[in-house]
Each structure stands twice: as structure tokens, then as C-alpha cells.
Design a protein around this ligand. Structure first.
Ligand code: GLN
Length: 194
């Protein structure tokens, strides 16, 4: 049986991830409760507002069960706010904002500054092939520290990591679900299958 993929559906860019998966013939499970979490084998954490999602995760009783699943090795893809939620450390977060430490990175929220808070670029990500991916950044975080176990998959401005992987956890500062390109989702699914 093929693995069941969930999308954390408390807030944010949920539908675009669902349609990206639909184009890969995968019907995703929307995860809003611990019971729904129990039914999935892997989870996408979408973009949105990480502090709001953190609050909703706690309110819905989902924070602790999800942390346990992640620490037990559940594969996860976190994009933008989802990256922030999966990080070990969050800089410029709200005081009560929590994160799962599912990947050993520290991220800084809204790190590109006001002038430049949304932009698009062709990003080289050799792991998915030679053709760069059209990467959309919206009030995006950057990675300020990577632990020894973390692979940097893509950088911007020469040395700022914007896509990383540790085991079956992949995070991107940008929104792969906004590009007409399924290769990041396919990379994630390959990790789920492995
Ligand atoms: N700035 C948002 C945050 O801190 C992330 C933006 C996004 O997901 N597009 O949560």
C-alpha cells in the first residue's frame, strides 16, 4: 500500500500543496486533529504564519503528538512557515512561539527585510536536477545555523541556505507549491518511500 500523506491544515497555503499532490495522483489527508494525524505516514507543513500555526497546534492538542511522531522519524516537508515550525531554533519569533526541532537548523523569520520581503528567482537545487526551480519567497526565513547532520540543498546570495534536508525531513524557505514544478514534492515523496 502506498503511504498516506497528510497536510497540516490549520492555517496557510494548504490548498496549493493539496493540488500539487493531486497532480501526482495523491489524495492528501487534511490534518487538524490528533486522530487525523494518526492516519498519515508523512506530513507537509505549509507556508502561512508560523506563530499563528504554533498557537493553533497547541490549541488543537496537536503539538505534542506531532512532536512525538517527528521525533520517531516521520518524514516531513516544511515550506516557509513550515520550515520555521520544523526548526530547532527560531530567531525573531514571538515569545510563545514553539517549534519541533525535527531538523537541526536555526532560522530567522522574515529575514530578507521589508524592502525585499517577496521576490522570485531561479534557484539551483542540484538534488532535483540541472534545471533550476522557479522559487517564490514570501516574507521568507533564512537558515542561520545548520547542524552537522544537515545537508544544504540550495543557497541564495552565495551562502544563505534556503533548502535543507536531514534524513526524511526537507525544508525550504520558498514555496515550491506556487511554482508549476513538482520536483520538490517528488523529492519528498522519494524520501517517504525509502
Ligand atoms: N513570515 C512567515 C512566518 O514567520 C512565513 C511566511 C510564509 O510562510 N510565506 O511564519
Amino acid at each position: 500500500m502506498s503511504p498516506t500523506i497528510g497536510i497540516l491544515a490549520l492555517q496557510g497555503a494548504v490548498d496549493l500543496h493539496a493540488s500539487a499532490l493531486a497532480r501526482l495522483d495523491i489524495e492528501a489527508v487534511m490534518v487538524r486533529t490528533p486522530t487525523q494525524l494518526d492516519t498519515v505516514d508523512a506530513l507537509i507543513l505549509p507556508g502561512g504564519e508560523s506563530s499563528a500555526m504554533s498557537k493553533l497546534l497547541v490549541l488543537n492538542g496537536l503539538f505534542d503528538p506531532l512532536q512525538i511522531r517527528l521525533h520517531d522519524g516521520m518524514p516531513a516537508l516544511g515550506t516557509c512557515a513550515g520550515m520555521i515550525l520544523l526548526a530547532a531554533g527560531v530567531l525573531d519569533g514571538r515569545a510563545d512561539q514553539r517549534s519541533f526541532a525535527a531538523i537541526d537548523i536555526d532560522v530567522r523569520r522574515n529575514a530578507f527585510g521589508r524592502q525585499n520581503d517577496s521576490f522570485e528567482t531561479e534557484l539551483e537545487l542540484p538534488e532535483i536536477g540541472e534545471v533550476p526551480i522557479h522559487a517564490v519567497f514570501i516574507r521568507a526565513p533564512v537558515v542561520e545555523r545548520t547542524g552537522a547532520e544537515v545537508e544544504v540543498l540550495a543557497t541564495i546570495d552565495g551562502d544563505r541556505p534556503v533548502a535543507c534536508r536531514q534524513g526524511a525531513v526537507i525544508v525550504t524557505s520558498f514555496h515550491p507549491e506556487l511554482a508549476d514544478d513538482l520536483r520538490v514534492h517528488e523529492l519528498f515523496l522519494a524520501g517517504v518511500a525509502a
